[in-house]
Design a protein around this ligand. Structure first.
Ligand code: UN1
Length: 499
């Protein structure tokens, strides 16, 4: 099936794929696969207006009925899992197993949200006043602006959208300008679900294609109650204050610098597999990718030797081919960033294994790399920065508490893991004095979280939580209600006022 046929079967009309001024390149070979229309600022404002209009109607639809729309979206995703997964591979460069895995993650959050649509529970609270009752209700919030990155071009939208829609909100989405096609496919599937649903208001889900100005118009618009943004810390540092300035709400999912600690008691075979998936899976382009390995000095040599062997046999190449484990980097800028980080690591005393460009002859306009392992003398400056590429920095430790301190001693706080069979170490790692990350795992790696838990992290990762657990609450506004069913009007705190 050609890319054009694939796009057509996902509901994208050929006319929407040509003639626009935004060229879409596939990272597989650098070829231009479409030229799509970029939205202007007035178009952005009109889209937000439509979404706001839709919100005022949608908020009055009972939540379980709203859940039905997400159930239908889940059906569309199930029916199109292979096609959309393939498009994710073509546009973002991840291997097919991970492309379809990402669509599965969308299906999972839809299922979660359908159940949630009957569980948007508030509390009943004891009042201090006789004949009074207090309660808490969760009300729809408004328009949710979603800004997403190229590396999870469809799942991040679905985490936000599935929850926002059952919570009674409308969504305006600005995907990465590197991955507009997967976004257009999601929007087409959403529209199919809307059609089957019947009477959902138009404008419930709006898609905006474009770069910075489009994002800025979304961020600055007072009608956008929540801005949920996934991307670099640099981006979040701009968005956070701009949204706060107008007293909007933001949910930030920014950089990670995720470490795995491997203790002497660890099952090394498991550790190697966990590190491999975390460090080279998605070519190191997940926010949860494993970027640091903190290995006990007693096992570090053996562990690194086993990792190098595993790296050497991991196939780098076209992600549509069955045996490939590592696809390309998204673009030349990503490759340059990786090379700059490796050069800096060398200057800081690092010993680099791998990291060179591959397949340049076959694909002169694509950027395939050998994943790199860099043994560092210490956790130097370069190690403290997130480089969105398959670089694994290796440091050694003697005492477990020092390892945990090293793991925490970076500006980011997304994901972390320990491989140990020592109960004391595992529990310490998960304790108040342990990992300071939003995700802390034992005997599994840093990436590949399930949707059932809240997803996000601390410090420069931005503090937001999306997906499972009670992350839905950020998509709603909380009202505290006090109801007086007595014939008196007592004041709280026993205050007497004029009587
Ligand atoms: C991201 O990289 O932006 O935990 C999200 C994981 C995936 C999501 C990653 N479920 O690796």
């Amino acid at each position: 099936m050609t890319t054009a046929e694939l796009l057509n079967s996902l509901g994208l009309a050929s006319s929407s794929l040509t003639g626009g001024n935004l060229a879409v390149h596939s990272p597989l070979d650098g070829a231009v696969i479409a030229c799509v229309h970029e939205h202007t600022v007035p178009e952005v404002q009109a889209a937000i207006g439509r979404a706001h209009g839709a919100f005022t109607q949608w908020r009055q639809v009972p939540a379980p009925r709203r859940g039905e729309l997400i159930r239908l979206l889940g059906d569309e995703l199930r029916a199109n899992k292979e096609l959309l997964g393939r498009l994710v591979s073509i546009e973002a460069g991840k291997i097919l197993a991970e492309g379809t895995g990402e669509v599965q993650e969308m299906i999972d959050i839809c299922d979660f949200a359908v159940g949630l649509s009957r569980q948007l529970y508030g509390l009943t609270i004891a009042s201090e006043r006789p004949g009074h009752r207090m309660m808490e209700t969760w009300q729809p919030l408004g328009v949710v602006g979603v800004i997403s990155a190229f590396n999870f071009p469809v799942a991040v939208w679905s985490w936000n959208t599935a929850l926002a829609i059952v919570c009674g909100d409308a969504v305006v989405w600005k995907p990465s300008e590197k991955t507009p096609l997967t976004a257009m496919a999601c929007q087409a599937l959403f529209e199919r679900a809307m059609k089957k649903f019947g009477d959902a208001p138009a404008g419930l889900s709006e898609l905006l294609i474009g770069a910075r100005e489009v994002g800025e118009a979304l961020v600055d618009d007072r009608r956008v109650a929540l801005v949920s943004a996934t991307g670099s810390t640099r981006m979040g540092r701009q968005i956070g204050p701009r949204v706060a300035e107008r007293f909007g709400r933001s949910l930030l999912e920014l950089g990670g610098n995720n470490a795995i600690i491997v203790a002497p008691s660890a099952d090394l075979g498991m550790a190697v597999r966990g590190i491999l998936f975390g460090a080279i899976g998605t070519a190191g382009q997940r926010c949860t990718s494993t970027r640091r390995l903190i290995a006990h000095s007693g096992i570090a040599d053996e562990l690194v030797a086993r990792l190098k062997k595993a790296y050497a046999s991991a196939q780098v190449g076209n992600p549509l081919e069955a045996h490939t484990l590592v696809g390309p980097l998204i673009d030349k800028a990503a490759f340059d960033g990786m090379q700059a980080a490796l050069a800096k690591a060398r200057q800081e005393g690092g010993k680099v294994f791998g990291g060179e460009r591959m397949l340049a002859k076959e694909y002169p306009d694509a950027y395939y790399v050998a994943p790199a392992i860099v043994e560092m003398p210490a956790q130097t400056d370069v190690v403290c920065h997130e480089t969105f590429a398959p670089i694994l920095y290796v440091m050694r430790y003697e005492s477990f508490h020092d390892a945990v301190a090293m793991q925490n001693n970076v500006p980011q706080g997304l994901s972390s893991a320990v491989f140990t069979t020592d109960l004391r170490e595992a529990e310490w790692f998960l304790s108040a004095a342990g990992s300071d990350c939003g995700i802390a795992n034992v005997n599994i790696g840093t990436s590949g979280a399930e949707i059932g838990g809240a997803f996000g992290g601390e410090k420069e990762t931005g503090g937001g939580r999306e997906s499972g657990s009670d992350a839905w609450k950020v998509y709603m506004r909380r009202a505290t209600n006090t109801i007086n069913y007595s014939r008196e009007l007592p004041l709280a705190q026993g205050i007497k006022f004029g009587d």
